[in-house]
Design a protein around this ligand. Sequence first.
Ligand code: ZN
Length: 79
Amino acid sequence: MVLAGRPHARPGPLRPVVHAAVQLLTTGALDRIKRCGGCRFLFSDESKNRSRRWCSMDDCGTAEKSRRYVAVRRARTTR
Ligand SMILES: [Zn+2]
């Protein structure tokens, strides 16, 4: 059994964006449109359990996580 990917898919920097846009238009997944918790951008949550909260995990995700971590730590120490 061969689990081949998509041999004809063209890799490129624009592909994910185009893919997301096309999916939005074709599937009408408007209930998956969310606002990023970091930068207030809108994004399409394509995760299986719709738990995504940031437009980009690398940017806003890490920023938000570290911010929360600091806040939690501060709350602990000031008590
Ligand atoms: Zn963001």
